[in-house]
Design a protein around this ligand. Structure first.
Ligand code: SIN
Length: 490
């Protein structure tokens, strides 16, 4: 076992090997015995172990976060901003190491990991700046001798649970605004991708973050999740992950009436109208569908293409998809990594089999890649039935299923026929249509003539069963602030 670990780690080739941590971070101390194995999804090789912490250690982390809160919330905004800026600087300084670590534990191509580290750091930079702009209000009082002042104050201790698909950015998009607002945090990262989180904690320590402000626990999801959702000392809970798990965690938060933010599953429609720039639509579709091997909540999941451009779009998309290089993300040319695990592979295969059973035709792919493991070929299917699994559920894999439509009304109706409402995309060169479609789509985010909508400056989040609250942008910090009205009688 030790040899495997050494060889997997050796392959990553970290310039700073101490960024690889196998212990949790509580109250500024590294602790816990590494027990639970973590594997590289590209090779199935053992990367290392992490502690298997439970209720008692999570409660200890909550106590540390609670103890650190008074000092941290009363530190000046400038102090918090300086630390967050340094944290971002350190992320960028160690971008290559962090990216290699991420690819080894998550599988995404190295170029995407490098991009994610910059994206992750940008939330520290952005929210550090926003910390200085947490303005309140003064409100004219209801009588001439009364004044009302609105103060914004940190919510308190935050519990956070983050997923494996963006092992760095989903963390910083939560802790960046939380820490900027003056909150303290206990985080449980995915047990599949803990090493990015632990490296980020080390860099936070180096940036000057005081003990207890940011704590990480790894281990069994059930007891850790219970403490983070049920402990009354935690005043806000934030989660990114699947809709069924999000619903369960939100219900657990009800007992202590916590503030809750949820970024849950999507089922993004991608609309291509006859008046679209088809080349641009294909380029956008490749980005939106195949980023992270189709494993993002905002990946296009259902393609609705108008009659007049259907065949041209289908052919070009299949050509571009089949040219994507599949392989180990650490290899230079790779554009599509493995799926995260066997369960993900089974879901992709079931969705493809179901679509074919409903009459879809294969334009490219539709089978596991010859490299074995969880590598799956980039796939394009045409003539997919709108009621196939591929359209009803989020596939979370590299499969594009094309459905034909005739009118704009049909396209909007088909797109909105989902309980999810995270991201949607549309391609049209008609200005009036672009407004009608943007306004008609029941989604939290619309990519109009673009397949990439993720940036720290824009609000990220969904409607319907895709979640509650917004991350990023000027709105993101509000999720970590309470409003207090002070009535003054003169
Ligand atoms: C997600 O998949 O939840 C996040 C994707 C992104 O930030 O672009």
């Amino acid at each position: 076992m030790a040899d495997t670990t050494t060889s997997e780690l050796g392959r990553i080739g970290l310039k700073r090997p101490d960024l690889f941590r196998e212990q949790c971070y509580i109250d500024g101390k590294w602790m816990g015995e590494p027990k639970h194995p973590v594997r590289n999804p590209a090779t199935a090789g053992l990367l290392g172990h992490i502690p298997n912490l439970g209720k008692a250690e999570t409660e200890r982390a909550v106590a540390a976060a609670e103890a650190a809160l008074p000092k941290w919330r009363s530190a000046s905004a400038r102090t918090r901003a300086d630390i967050l800026r340094k944290w971002n600087d350190l992320m960028l300084k160690h971008q290559e190491d962090l990216a290699r670590l991420m690819t080894a534990e998550q599988g995404k191509p190295l170029a995407e990991s490098r991009g994610e580290i910059a994206y992750a750091g940008s939330f520290f930079e952005w929210f550090g700046e926003e910390a200085k702009r947490v303005y309140g209000d003064t409100i004219p009082g209801p009588a001439s001798d009364r004044r009302i002042i609105v103060l914004k104050q940190p919510v308190g201790v935050v519990g956070a649970i983050t997923p494996w698909n963006f092992p760095a950015a989903m963390i910083t998009r939560k802790i960046g605004p939380g820490i900027a607002a003056g909150c303290t945090v206990v985080l449980k990262p995915s047990e599949l991708t803990p090493y990015s989180a632990l490296a980020i904690a080390l860099l936070g320590e180096e940036a000057g973050l005081p003990p207890g402000v940011f704590n990480i626990v790894t281990g069994d999801a059930e007891p850790i999740g219970r403490v983070l959702t049920e402990d009354p000392r935690i005043r806000k809970f934030t989660f990114t992950g699947s809709t069924p798990v999000g619903k369960k965690l939100a219900a657990q938060c009800a007992g202590t009436v916590k503030r809750v933010s949820l970024e849950l599953g999507g089922n993004a429609p991608f609309l291509v109208f006859d008046d679209a720039d088809v080349d641009a639509a294909v380029a956008g579709a490749i980005i939106s569908k195949f980023r992270n091997t189709g494993q993002t909540c905002v990946c296009a999941n259902r393609f609705f293409v108008q009659d007049g451009v259907y065949d041209t779009f289908a052919k070009a998309l299949a050509e571009n998809a089949s040219a994507l290089v599949v392989g180990d993300g650490l290899a230079g040319l790779t554009q599509q990594g493995p799926l995260i695990n066997d369960k993900a592979m089974r879901k992709v295969q079931a969705h493809v089999a179901d679509a074919l059973g409903h009459g879809a035709k294969v334009l490219t792919g539709a089978k596991p890649d010859s490299q074995g493991g969880t590598f799956y070929q980039p796939t394009v299917l045409r003539d997919v039935a709108p009621d196939a699994l591929l359209c009803r559920e989020e596939t979370f894999g590299p499969v594009a299923g094309l459905v034909r439509f005739k009118t704009e009304e049909d396209a909007i109706r088909l797109a909105n026929d989902s309980r999810a409402g995270l991201a949607a995309y549309a391609y049209t060169r008609d200005l009036a249509r672009s407004w009608r479609v943007s306004e008609g789509l029941e989604y939290g985010m619309v990519g109009m003539n673009t397949g990439l909508i993720s940036t720290e400056v824009s609000p990220f989040g969904g409607v319907k069963e895709s979640g509650i609250g917004r991350e990023g942008s000027k709105y993101g910090i509000e999720e970590y602030l309470n409003i207090k009205a002070v009535f003054v009688q003169l």
